[in-house]
Design a protein around this ligand. Structure first.
Ligand code: UDP
Length: 236
């Protein structure tokens, strides 16, 4: 197979600088969870499951004036090239925390005192950008669980590769690129609920990356809504 890589406006995988990887989202894929979603984005395959709001046996985590959310991001041992050691590590603990923080602003938790919403994100196959893909899938699973929300949070990264600002970095671009800026937003208002930055960018490049990631979020948001409408019809 001959792969032609043009120098202008094209990337190693043939995408243009502002192009997302191909992706699909399906909701209600699990029977036992209250809400669930399956997402593929490039080589990422991710399942998200939501339970609650419900009482928790871990009483010390509950609050009498509001609901709480607990999130667990996990990478399956077979999800990456070198088998990943099972169980939590620093990276998964960080991603679990930032995922909960990215989703929390959309949830009307004050309506659910003394209860907990449990979110599980399982990365079955990973290929760069799993934190964003996990947030996007979890937001669909929350909507699928019927949990009242201000908006459906959506996430996407942009970054710098070969001195160009590009959308939705693949694993290779993430590893070999110069910077990565994952972002989550509430698309109705463009309120940013997650903003991380890894690598070095000028102020102007940083702004370009943020704008491009927000543009990507809006594209993904449309597919989140289609996935939910397929399941629940236009009543959504
Ligand atoms: N990765 C891996 N092994 C690990 C952790 C990550 O191969 O133990 C890969 C995986 O494809 C992941 C990518 O490296 O998507 C980038 O990881 P990062 O921590 O930047 O998070 P992500 O881009 O997935 O949000």
């Amino acid at each position: 197979m001959i792969i032609i890589v043009s120098n202008n406006n094209s990337r190693e995988d043939g995408r243009s600088f502002d192009e997302l990887r191909s992706f699909k989202i399906e909701s209600s894929v699990l029977k036992r969870a209250d809400g669930s979603a399956y997402l593929e984005m490039g080589g990422n395959k991710i399942l998200a499951a939501v339970y609650g709001p419900r009482e928790s046996f871990i009483k010390r985590l509950l609050k009498s004036n509001t609901g709480v959310i607990k999130c667990r991001y996990n990478m399956a041992p077979f999800s990456v090239d070198d088998r990943k050691r099972p169980g939590p590590d620093r990276r998964s603990t960080e991603i679990s925390k930032i995922t909960a923080e990215a989703l929390r602003p959309a949830l009307l938790l004050e309506n659910f005192p003394n209860s907990m919403i449990d979110i599980s994100i399982e990365v079955i196959e990973a290929e760069g950008g799993t934190r964003c893909a996990g947030i996007t899938a979890a937001a669909v699973a929350l909507a699928d669980a019927g949990i009242p929300m201000k908006d459906i949070v959506v996430a996407c990264a942009a970054g710098k590769v070969n001195d160009e600002i590009v959308l939705d970095l693949s694993e290779k671009e993430d590893k070999e690129g110069q910077a990565d800026v994952p972002i989550a937003i509430m698309p109705r208002t463009n309120e940013i609920t997650l903003l991380q930055s890894d690598g070095i960018l000028t102020e102007d490049e940083f702004r370009q990356a943020v704008d491009l990631a927000i543009k990507g979020c809006h594209e993904i948001s449309k597919i989140q809504k289609i996935a939910l409408k397929k399941r629940y019809g236009e009543s959504l």
